[in-house]
Design a binder for this molecule. Sequence first.
Ligand code: AR6
Length: 172
Amino acid sequence: MRNDDRIDLYEGDITSLDVDVIINAANNSLLGGGGVDGAIHRMAGPELLAECRTLGGCVTGEAKITKGYNLKARYIIHTVGPVWRGGENRESERLKNCYKRCFELIKKNNLKNAAFPAISTGVYGFPKNLAARIAVQETQQALDGNPELEKIIFTCFNPESKKAYEVALSQN
Ligand code: AR6
C-alpha cells in the first residue's frame, strides 16, 4: 500500500479521537441529525449548533469547517455526502468531491492529522465497498500532494466497514 505509514484504521467512536480535525457526515442543513452527526453534536455541545446556524447550510459534495468545542479535536469539517439512489445519479462523483473539499480545507488550515467516518454509508445507503475505495483513492492522492499531512485515520464503526477499508487498502 502507498503511504501506509500515514494511514490508520480505527474501530470505534470518532468523537473520542484526539486529532486536529474530525470529519462529520452531515446533511444539507448542517443543523445536526442522527448517526455520526448526532454523536458529534452531542459531544461537541450546543456551541457547535450555534456556529453551524451561521453557515447557511452546505451543498452535497461540499464542506465547511467549524471549531471542535468540547471535542478533543480542534476542528470539525462538515461535509454532505450523496444519498445512494442506485448509482446513476453521480453519487460516486459527489462522494469524491466530499473528500476533495475536506482535503482542501485540511491543507488550507495547515492541519496535520484527520479522522474520517465512512461518509454516506449509513443512513444515506452508499455501498460500503465502493465508498471505501473512493475514500482510499482520494486519500492517497491528497497524501501525495500534501507532504505536511502526517496521518489520516479511517474510523470504522462496524466490522463490515472495517473489512471494506482493509480490502480497499490492500488493492491500493
Ligand atoms: N463514530 C464513527 N462512525 C460512526 C459513528 C461514530 N460515533 N456513528 C455512526 N458512524 P451516518 P450518512 C458510522 O448514517 O450515511 C445523519 O442523520 C456509521 O456506521 O452517520 O452520511 C446526517 O444528519 C456509518 O458507517 O451518515 C444525515 O442526515 C458512517 O458513520 C445523514 O445521517 C456514516 O453513517 C448522513 O448519512
